[in-house]
Design a protein around this ligand. Sequence first.
Ligand code: SAM
Length: 255
Amino acid sequence: MSENGDGEIMKRVHEEDSNEDVNLPKKRYYRQRAHSNPIADHCFDYPVSPQQMDWTQEYDVSMTEQSQVEFADIGCGYGGLLVQLSPMFPNTLMLGMEIRVKVSDYVRDRIKALRKKHPGQFNNIACIRSNSMKYLPNFFRKGQLSKMFFLFPDPHFKKAKHKWRIINETLLAEYAYVLREDGRIYTVTDVEDLFKWMTSHLSAHPLFQRLGDEEMKADPVVEKLFESSEEGQKVSRNSGQKWCAVYRRICDTSS
Ligand code: SAM
C-alpha cells in the first residue's frame, strides 16, 4: 500500500467501528482525571538505556529485527493518531507514550483488539505508559526518531505550572537529541496562548526551523493532525479553533 493511501485508511478506520467477533475496548471503562502531574515520581518501568529495551514485547519480532521505533506520539491520549498513521506507514514502528495508566491501558487494549480484528495489520503501533518528560533518552538513541507528535498537549494555564508544559527550553534539547537531522516535530493546540508559547520556544531554539505553508501542505501527515486524535475531535465538536506548527530538526553546525 502506498504511504498516502487515504481511501484505504478511511476504510480501515471505519472497519474499526464495525462489529465482528472481536470487541474494541470501551473508553468509559478507562476514564481517569484529565491531568497527571508530570513532575511527581510515579512508579514507572523504564529501561536503563535504549539498548536494554526489549521492543519484541510491543511489536512483531520480525518488525523489530528490521527497524527501530521512528515515530513517537508524546502524550498520545486514547491513541487515535497512531491508529490513523498505522496504515499510512505500514513499515514504520510508532510508539505512543502516555502517562495516565488507565488511558495507556485503553490504547494497549485497543491495539490488541485491532490486531485480532485485522490480522496482519496494526503491528507497527504500540503504547507504553511512561513520563516522556523524564524518560525519553531511556527509550530512544541519539537521532533515532524521524517524527515526534505533540497533539493538544496539556495547557497548564497557571504561570506557576508553565514548568509542566511539555515543550520548554530544557526538553527541546532532549527532543533535538532523539530526533534525526531533518526529523520533524508536529504541534497542534486549541489554546492560542500555548501555541504562542510552543512556537516561541521552538523558533528560539538553534536546532529547529519552522516549516512554511507550502512545506506543510506537502507533508501528508499534517492534515491528519487535526481530526485523528480524540482531543482534536472534541475540539471540533465544540467548534474550537486549532493552531498547528511543524518544525524541522536542522543540522548542528556547532560541533
Ligand atoms: N494527544 C492526545 C489527543 O490529541 O487526543 C491527548 C491530548 S491530552 C489533552 C494530553 C495527554 O498527554 C494526556 O493524555 C496526558 O495524560 C498526557 N501527558 C501529559 N504529560 C505527559 C507526560 N509527561 N508523559 C506522557 N504523557 C503525558
